[in-house]
Ligand binder design. Structure first.
Ligand SMILES: [Zn+2]
Length: 139
């Protein structure tokens, strides 16, 4: 509200100054005020459009960078808080992985526990109706 009041008062002050400048040059005061207001409006609109476009492009760029980083290594984890919020967090194996929960705003540590499993080779061209083929492959 205060920001709008300051913008409006500065807009009116600049309108009055441009009106006075026009009057000093021999033109109509009101014409000067309207021309000054129009110039300010166009200038403000152009700057706002530029800033918004730049900010949205920058945000998109940052989001793309974040997605790229996350796609390298990441894991869906659940926050231990009562809300049990699931979040996709980047995982880097040689550092302690931490993230901030988007619900409870607490810092959460992620522990990666390695597990092992025996690698087996699939039996190719096995006919399950004839168990002798499996027996032959095991020999
Ligand atoms: Zn949480």
């Amino acid at each position: 509200m205060l920001k709008v009041a300051i913008q409006l008062s500065s807009f009116l002050v600049l309108c009055i100054f441009s009106g006075i400048a026009f009057a000093k040059l021999g033109f109509n005061f009101y014409l000067g005020a309207v021309v000054g207001g129009a110039i300010q409006y166009i200038f403000t609109y152009a700057i706002n459009s530029f800033v918004q476009t730049y900010a949205s492009l920058k945000n998109k760029e940052l989001e793309n960078e974040r997605i790229k980083q996350f796609s390298l290594q990441g894991m869906e984890v659940e926050c231990p808080c009562s809300k049990k919020v699931k979040d996709f967090v980047p995982i880097v194996l040689n550092t302690q992985n931490k993230y901030k929960c988007k619900e409870c705003q607490k810092l959460i540590s992620v522990y990666v526990t390695p597990a092992t499993a025996l690698v087996t080779e699939p039996l190719i061209n096995t006919d399950i109706t004839d168990p002798k083929i499996i027996e032959n492959n095991e020999l």
